[in-house]
Design a protein around this ligand. Structure first.
Ligand code: SAM
Ligand code: DTB
Ligand code: SF4
Length: 313
């Protein structure tokens, strides 16, 4: 079992001189992974916009006046075509996201078919569909789902400032259902939402306290979307983002730490520092769910400049 981390201990990590923190993160990273291998996941939004929830960061909430329109669920054929392209480009995992509070039974039937079809291409499958009801995780597992993404998003003490339509306990409840069904957990959060360093340390300690720890930990930098309550929030110092990645690496030594949303707004140097700090996964492909991501060609060049290679399935 992994060490239990208190919030104060994680805060101490954040407070280390930068070089000492990165060195520690590098040591942990090298003990557990090939430091030059990177896992590539491609995202697709299978159901965009019109979401009933009020997450303060999200472009897809029907409650925020953003430019994102509600569109119907994609067909299995469209999803399969996108998955084939992702595989051709070198992704090993394909993540299907939906703007739902949770899937209705009819929606789930459609997703199960997509999951089976994507799995049959030899890709790892991941879905992020919101809160799950009893039995839904088992059905996803039976269809061939490898990972379920469900983020705690922020520290428990700040949760209600960011989302009012559900609580932190609801998030933990779904994570437990996913675990019990034998699906691997992808769970992380967003930083740059006006939180303090102590809040960031709390979120990392909470992620690390899950037992077992999540197999994948996406660290997202808030992508500011016009019309959302968090639009215009003060931007985070890039080095503080790197520190957060390092704290995730040290506290969750065996997890894949994903440098997730926000890469398009980051310099290549900041991204390189994140890899040095132990990030070993990225979202790969021109689009996240509704916002942009670096172009595939640009990422290929960056990885090549850094002498890094994609993890093969
Ligand atoms: N509706 C489901 C849910 O909320 O669990 C699944 C899709 S939701 C878009 C998946 C995750 O994307 C959120 O938990 C959040 O961490 C991340 N996310 C959404 N909007 C974001 C933004 N503007 N910047 C950074 N991350 C964002
Ligand atoms: C996660 O942690 N980040 C991804 C994924 N899980 C589903 C989503 C990022 C969304 C960024 C904003 C957008 O494109 O709408
Ligand atoms: Fe809906 Fe998920 Fe966006 Fe929240 S994060 S508004 S639940 S799509």
């Amino acid at each position: 079992m992994e060490k239990k981390w208190t919030v104060d201990e994680v805060l101490e990590l954040f407070g280390l001189p930068f070089s000492d923190l990165i060195h520690r993160a590098q040591c942990v990273h090298r003990e557990n992974f090939d430091p030059n291998a990177i896992q590539l996941s491609t995202l697709i939004s299978i159901k965009t916009g019109g979401c009933s929830e009020d997450c303060g960061y999200c472009s897809q909430s029907a409650r925020h006046p953003t430019a994102v329109e509600s569109t119907p669920i994609l067909s299995k054929e469209d999803v399969l075509a996108a998955a084939k392209l992702a595989r051709q480009n070198g992704a090993t995992r394909f993540c299907m996201g939906a703007a739902w509070r949770g899937p209705k039974e009819r929606d789930l039937d459609a997703v199960l078919e997509m999951v089976s079809a994507v799995k049959s291409l030899g890709l790892e499958t991941c879905a992020t569909l919101g809160m799950l009801k009893e039995g839904q995780a088992e059905r996803l597992k039976d269809a061939g789902l490898d990972y379920y993404n469900h983020n705690i998003d922020t520290s428990s003490s700040r949760y209600e400032k960011i989302v009012s339509t559900r609580d932190y306990g609801d998030r933990l409840g779904t994570l437990e259902k996913v675990r019990n069904a034998g699906i691997s957990v992808c769970c992380g959060g967003i930083i740059g939402m006006g939180e303090s360093r102590a809040n960031r340390a709390e979120m990392i300690a909470e992620l690390a306290s899950q037992s077992p720890q999540p197999e994948s930990v996406p660290i997202n930098q808030l992508v500011q979307v016009e019309g959302t309550p968090l639009y215009g929030e003060e931007r985070l110092d890039p080095l503080e983002f790197v520190r957060t990645v390092a704290a995730a690496r040290i506290t969750m030594p065996k997890s894949h730490v994903r440098l997730s949303a926000g890469r398009r707004e980051m310099s290549e140097s900041t991204q390189a520092l994140c890899f040095l700090a132990g990030a070993n996964s990225i979202f790969y492909g021109e689009k996240l769910l509704t916002t942009g991501n670096p172009e595939v060609e640009k990422d290929r060049k960056l990885l090549s400049k850094l002498g890094m290679h994609p993890l093969t399935a």
